[in-house]
Design a protein around this ligand. Structure first.
Ligand SMILES: *Cc1c(COP(=O)(O)O)cnc(C)c1O
Length: 395
């Protein structure tokens, strides 16, 4: 049956693609070796550095985020190397599995999936590694399965305090362009991202931002790789080109996305996400429910994972919300399957989109007869009314 109106794609990625980006992508394909291509290549390659807040090279792959995870490892470490990985949730555990398949030895710091990576525990683990056999520390900036962020700047400080030379590899696939990320200032060595989350693009592009230290490590890394090789990319990128066919039309979209982010201003983008996350937590609290993240300073601006009351199946609730309100929410992954649902508030979202989403959820809670109090959407509205936004002009 036809569903009138727009579908609400409120999963924590892919996020809704703005019409402006869809129109930018809807162009004839151009010759990626032709003389005009370098304008586009140079524009996106320098523009994306601003989004990562870096002067270092950023590599753009035609792949999902998973490819850029693999690229970060195969370019920096060698077979049998130890890598320290913090299991903040489902995505961190997938990265760990990938590392195992590559023949690395992940040493895992476990968590209860309700907080970010703990810099103190990391420091202690690195101090214990006296002969520096750990070659890289892998942390997820925004754990999309739990709605918890890790304090990357403090993680770097912990590594420095331990005096450990491991590289810092950070997955900011869902964090970038929704949550503040400062590649250079925070001392990240490789940052991994994807197109379909904060960058508001369809799925299909991924990124590696690469520090000078990571480039040095690259010279000695011996895991087999070809497609993911940084050196060929960086060489071709210097002239605005790519060593193999890039996802040309996605690059048109990326150029537009970068313009949009800069027009709004990154600080305004981050403040908007923080405010929407806070409004969402007001709704959850008013419903009498709990968010998955238990650390105040680690609530994600990207998404909110909500724990449903015992006896309620989160997936059944999500299907009621989808069927009655045409609104897609994220499911609970692995350990928290059926126990949480995830509200995406990343990318191109405004107050009214968020209120529509929260109203749809409240309607679904009612229709599914899940134990809750009404008034969550109202609580979010009250919060939004009471908080000024920097991009609202006086009438
Ligand atoms: C989405 C996501 C991934 C996986 O990216 P794909 O594009 O699906 O390969 C990895 N890590 C995090 C934190 C994510 O949010």
């Amino acid at each position: 049956m036809r569903q009138p109106g727009r579908h609400f794609l409120q999963i924590p990625g892919p996020s809704p693609v703005p019409d402006r980006i869809l129109r930018a992508i809807d162009m004839p394909v151009i010759d990626h070796r032709g003389p005009g291509f370098a304008d586009l290549g140079n524009r996106v390659l320098s523009g994306i550095q601003g989004i990562f807040k870096t002067r270092q090279p950023v590599i753009i792959y035609p792949s999902s985020g998973t490819g850029a995870w693999e690229a970060a490892l195969v370019n920096t470490v060698s077979r049998g190397d130890k890598v320290l990985m913090v299991e903040t949730g489902h995505f961190a555990s997938l990265w760990q599995k990938l590392a195992l398949k590559l023949g690395l030895q992940p040493e895992v710091i476990e968590t209860d999936w309700r907080r970010g990576a703990d810099p103190q525990i990391i420091e202690a683990a690195l101090r214990e590694d006296k002969n520096h056999s750990i070659k890289a520390l892998c942390v997820v900036h925004n754990e999309t399965s739990t709605g918890c962020t890790s304090r990357i700047k403090e993680v770097r400080k912990a590594m420095d305090a331990a005096g450990h030379p491991a590289l810092l590899l950070v997955d900011t696939i869902s964090g970038l362009a929704s949550a503040d990320f400062c590649f250079d200032d925070w001392g990240v060595d490789v940052a991994i991202s994807g197109s379909q989350k904060g960058l508001m693009l369809p799925p299909g592009l991924s990124f590696n931002a690469v520090s000078a230290k990571a480039l040095e490590a690259n010279a000695n890394a011996d895991l087999p790789n070809s497609y993911w090789q940084w050196s060929e990319m960086i060489e071709a990128n210097q002239r605005g080109y790519f060593p193999y066919t890039p996802a040309t039309n996605m690059l048109f979209g990326l150029a537009e996305a970068i313009d949009m982010l800069n027009e709004e201003g990154l600080d305004n983008v981050f403040a908007r996400h923080q405010r929407h996350a806070a409004a969402t937590r007001c709704a959850v609290e008013a419903w009498g429910m709990e968010v998955q993240c238990v650390v105040d300073s680690e609530h994600s601006p990207v998404l909110t994972a909500v724990r449903v009351p015992d006896g309620t199946d989160a997936d059944q609730l999500r299907s009621v919300i989808l069927n009655h309100c045409d609104t897609s929410l994220g499911n609970g992954l692995s350990k928290v399957q059926g126990k949480v649902f995830r509200i995406g508030h990343l990318g191109d979202i405004n107050d009214v989109t968020l209120l529509g989403t929260l109203s749809g959820i409240e309607m679904g809670l009612h229709l599914a007869e899940a134990p809750h109090q009404s008034g969550g959407a109202q609580a979010a509205l009250d919060y939004l009314k009471s908080t000024r936004t920097s991009n609202v002009k006086a009438a």
